[in-house]
Design a protein around this ligand. Structure first.
Ligand code: GLN
Length: 269
């Protein structure tokens, strides 16, 4: 099958309620990198009006961050058959990138600064607690060394280098992992909780992270991993993506690593 015949549907969780700090950038990045290769791409909002059939139809899922108030609205809506459909997708290996508020919702629970504990879907073995509004939020640039074994291996195969991600975090909640594998180790910034050095989580093909929506534009090879994983699952055949013209993105990464004085293996080819 040639590149042109591939079709990809991106499911975007609650675009109006869950898209803070540029999280839309993750959707645009997957969309554009697919279109540049000639694929037929559709973005399907998975919001209050979405059906179980809609959820089942998507090939890759993007979930962004949210304020505590919006997270509550989403959790009230994301129950029953819809919650089960999301669970099925993730368990069956549908790839996705879930940022900040989204991983908190995919975990067992999130305790906001005010009000009641919000029960999560319990797909990721993690819990998140906001320590209160007087405690400093975790804000700033973030560098992650990917340590999740399979993902690190796949990304290394794509880039030829040990995978480091550059991102930006802004969260009050602190996340503690249970048995789920961490996405990586914090090389700069605070990550899951500012204490144990872990950042994010990786489960099946779901990438959970505190790094917001510039994540994929800043680390385009992760977008390619999501696209490749989605297409392989959908078409059940080995698919290798054609390479795109990425030197500018790679140079921007290098500039950031330099500015933050994080010593990482170079990625510019
Ligand atoms: N409300 C959550 C927190 O403060 C998530 C924030 C976000 O998604 N930016 O931890």
């Amino acid at each position: 099958m040639s590149d042109q015949q591939y079709e990809l549907t991106i499911g975007w969780l609650y675009p109006k309620l869950m898209s803070t700090y540029g999280d839309r950038g993750n959707v645009i990045c997957i969309e554009r990198r697919s279109q540049w290769r000639g694929y037929d791409v559709k973005v399907l909002p998975l919001d209050q009006s979405a059906t179980v059939t809609d959820i089942r139809s998507v090939d890759v899922i993007v979930g962004g961050g949210a304020q505590d108030r919006q997270q509550e609205i989403v959790m009230r809506d994301l129950q029953g058959a819809k919650a089960e459909a999301i669970r099925e997708k993730i368990e069956n290996g549908t790839p996705g990138v879930f940022t900040c508020g989204s991983p908190q919702l995919l975990g067992h629970y999130y305790e906001p600064a005010f009000g009641q504990r919000i029960e999560g879907l319990g797909i990721l073995d993690l819990v998140s607690v906001h320590p209160g509004e007087n405690v400093r939020r975790c804000i700033g640039n973030l560098v992650i060394e990917v340590t999740a074994t399979r993902l690190a291996r796949d990304l290394e195969e794509i880039t030829g280098s040990k995978p480091y991600l550059i991102g930006f975090e802004n969260h009050g909640g602190r996340t503690k992992l249970g048995k789920v594998e961490a996405l990586g180790r914090v090389a700069y910034g605070l990550g899951n909780n500012g204490e144990d050095g872990t950042e994010g989580a990786f489960y099946q093909n779901a990438i959970a992270t505190y790094s917001h929506g510039p994540l994929l534009p800043k680390n385009p090879f992760v977008a390619d991993w999501l696209i490749q994983t989605a297409l392989r699952l959908k078409y059940q055949q080995p698919i290798t993506l054609s390479s795109l013209d990425d030197p500018l993105a790679m140079q921007a990464r290098e500039a950031m690593f330099k500015r933050l004085k994080v010593n990482v293996p170079t990625l510019v080819q």
